[in-house]
Design a binder for this molecule. Structure first.
Ligand code: OAD
Length: 224
């Protein structure tokens, strides 16, 4: 099992949220990433995600995404990502669970289960099949995380758990690091100190593009 956050896509050119110069330094969460923000100023919220979606057409997976694909040669690799980009899929990973939604999907603002594939801008007036305004298929602050139950169960059954590029600031996702069984091998890849990580994780203090390929090489050798 692998849990990824914004840091794994940083070297592909996508900003993280809480680092210096991160997205939440330039935007207020309360203005662009809550249901209340969408009610108050839907055009601003749509524009924020339209910019992210446009950027996604320009970026490519990096060495860390690609290494996780290589790991599938010997392991049953399942990725839980907090990211709304599609770089794990673009790299070729076959099992990816998106906890916080996907930029290339849109949904009805009335019915969370009415989801369509959507790679272009969403404008005010673009309607879902039920006649409601289309909105990005992303989990906003204050909304439920429907994939959480499945994610928790996957982590609880894992033999190896690798946590990459997340500050572990956002719950419930951050709580997944405590769900492993006692004999699970646990790794953290992050160039910075992550304060919420339990003490029994082996910390690889490197950027994902260096630390993940090195760890994958080690695990593949071990699996021989
Ligand atoms: P954050 O921006 O909170 O944290 C990014 C983490 O990536 C930090 O711990 C950095 O040290 C690390 N990092 C930076 N560059 C890296 C690199 N090259 N390689 C590896 N790690 C690197 O992002 P997340 O933890 O993903 O949710 O944030 C979680 C959630 O908060 C997001 O899914 C999003 C956000 O608000 C929603 O919008 C609901």
């Amino acid at each position: 099992m692998v849990l990824t956050g914004a840091g794994i896509s940083a070297e592909s050119g996508i900003s993280t949220f809480r680092d210096n110069g991160g997205l939440w330094e330039n935007y207020s969460i309360y203005e662009v990433a809550t249901p209340e923000a969408f009610e108050k100023n839907p055009a601003l919220v749509l524009d924020f995600y339209n910019q992210r979606r446009r950027q996604l057409h320009q970026v490519q997976p990096n060495a860390a995404h690609l290494a996780l694909v290589d790991l599938e040669a010997k392991y049953d690799v399942k990725i839980i990502t907090q990211n709304i980009d599609n770089l794990h899929e673009k790299a070729g990973s076959s099992q990816v669970l998106h906890l916080h939604g996907e930029l290339f999907k849109a949904r009805s603002s009335r019915n969370p289960n009415l989801i369509i594939h959507h790679e272009t801008d969403i404008q005010l007036g673009d309607l879902a099949a039920d006649g409601s305004q289309l909105r990005p298929h992303v989990v906003w602050f204050g909304e439920a995380v429907p994939a959480m139950e499945e994610a928790a169960s996957l982590v609880a059954h894992a033999d190896i758990f690798i946590v990459i590029g997340t500050s572990l600031n956002v719950y419930p996702a951050a709580g997944l690091v405590d769900f492993c069984k006692p004999n699970c091998e646990k790794y953290l890849v992050n160039p910075e100190i992550v304060y919420n990580i339990p003490k029994d994780y082996r910390v690889i203090k490197e950027k994902a593009g260096i630390g993940v390929p090195a760890l994958v090489k080690e695990l593949l050798q071990k699996g021989e």
